[in-house]
Ligand binder design. Structure first.
Ligand SMILES: Cc1cc2nc3c(=O)[nH]c(=O)nc-3n(C[C@H](O)[C@H](O)[C@H](O)COP(=O)(O)O)c2cc1C
Length: 361
């Protein structure tokens, strides 16, 4: 194992992905207790909420923890574009006897602007802190390193990988295009959409710092192939979505189960993306998940472009929260990677043990 990962006391090079809204202290603790690295997605949390999650995970026995924050750029505001997006969805609100919002607001701020969250991280000292969508401020990165924390950044291309290494991060998470959830592209102009194995091959020669592969990993065999291709560890998100410890909402679980059954029975045509779609319609940034009424409406020929991340998310969250029986299923984001057809329903510790056995770890 890479010395920086061995120093974490991992039994297996298996990382559970931080997943804002889905990862829970119970999930992170179960994975860590089973010998992997459990994670908390704190990008959309308040500092207070983050503190509570970190201390609950520790209380549940997570001796190793990975916390994740969002480092997106502040969105450029364009009121005209935002109004056009609201108007495009007016029918969806009216059909449910609700009025559309008058304006949209970004639902959370980036870590670069949140030193209260940084202070929580410095005090709780999770062993690993990772960033999605970019890098924190230089002084924030230094403070995390001074506290002995291993820092990682998710990247989707060599340009972003090199920029992160130049900034001094402790290691990289290579996020392939198969991955469920948001793509973490930040500087890279034009997304080449590299698959996990191809991205790993591009990033491996750049440095000897830990390189963690993510995207489309559902079985120990997938995991073993990436370790053999040069990854120091592997991060899985979608594979944990149906664990009882995950915070996956009821409507999300039901949609996933129906999707998996449809794929397995051949009701969904054979498709390399397994019926998932990479879309900016839900949040304003490309992310992979299941299609829903928002992705359908965004595909109308007259649809305007979605406002930048995370402003678009405000509208999605409002639609998903409408008090009608169908709203959660019709509008909430159901992130899932291209491996979704092989999703298993297992307690997290059993999943970690199964992956380790299949990978012959
Ligand atoms: C439901 C869901 C939520 C996610 N949320 C985050 C997040 O908050 N922060 C982050 O760094 N990555 C997030 N990701 C991406 C994962 O870190 C990882 O790149 C991805 O899950 C790997 O692909 P896989 O889903 O095919 O295993 C999320 C992924 C999913 C499926």
């Amino acid at each position: 194992m890479h010395p920086a990962l061995a120093a974490l006391g991992l039994t297996y090079p298996i990382f559970q992905a931080p997943m804002a809204g889905v990862s829970t202290p119970a999930l992170a603790a179960a994975v860590s207790r089973a010998g992997g690295l459990g994670a908390l997605g704190l990008g959309a949390s308040t500092a207070e909420g983050a503190k509570a999650q970190l201390s609950e995970a520790r209380a549940l026995g997570a001796r190793r923890l990975h916390a994740n924050g969002f480092c997106h750029r502040d969105p450029a505001r364009d009121k005209g574009q935002e109004q056009a997006w609201i108007q495009h969805f007016e029918g969806a609100f009216r059909a449910r006897d609700a009025a559309p919002p008058e304006a949209l607001t970004p639902p959370y701020v980036p870590l670069q602007e949140d030193d209260v969250l940084l202070a929580v991280l410095l005090e709780a000292r999770p062993e690993v802190v990772s960033f999605h969508f970019g890098l924190p401020r230089e002084d924030q990165l230094r403070a995390l390193h001074r506290a002995g924390i291993l820092t990682l950044v998710s990247v989707t291309c060599t340009e972003d990988g090199q920029a992160a290494l130049d900034a001094g991060v402790g290691g990289l998470i290579a996020q392939g295009v198969e991955a469920g959830g948001h793509r973490s592209t930040f500087l890279g102009e034009g997304d080449e959409g590299l698959g996990t194995t191809a991205l790993l091959a591009r990033l491996r020669p750049l440095s000897e710092r830990p390189l963690i592969a993510a995207g489309g990993v559902m079985t120990g065999q997938d995991l073993r192939a990436l370790l053999n291709a040069g990854a120091d560890a592997v991060q899985l998100g979608t594979a944990f979505l149906l664990c009882p410890e995950a915070g996956t909402a009821r409507a999300y679980r039901a949609r996933l189960k129906a999707h998996v059954a449809g794929l397995q029975q051949g009701a969904i045509p054979a498709d390399p993306e397994a019926g998932t779609v990479l879309t900016a319609a839900l949040s304003g940034r490309p992310a992979r998940g299941l299609r829903n009424e928002i992705t359908a409406r965004a595909a109308y020929p007259e649809a305007p472009p979605p406002p930048p991340y995370p402003i678009t998310y405000d509208l999605t969250k409002r639609l998903a929260a409408l008090p009608t029986p169908d709203a959660a299923a019709a509008f909430s984001a159901c992130w899932a990677g291209t491996g979704v057809g092989r999703l298993r329903t297992l307690p997290a510790a059993d999943l970690v043990e199964t992956l380790a056995r299949e990978a012959d770890l």
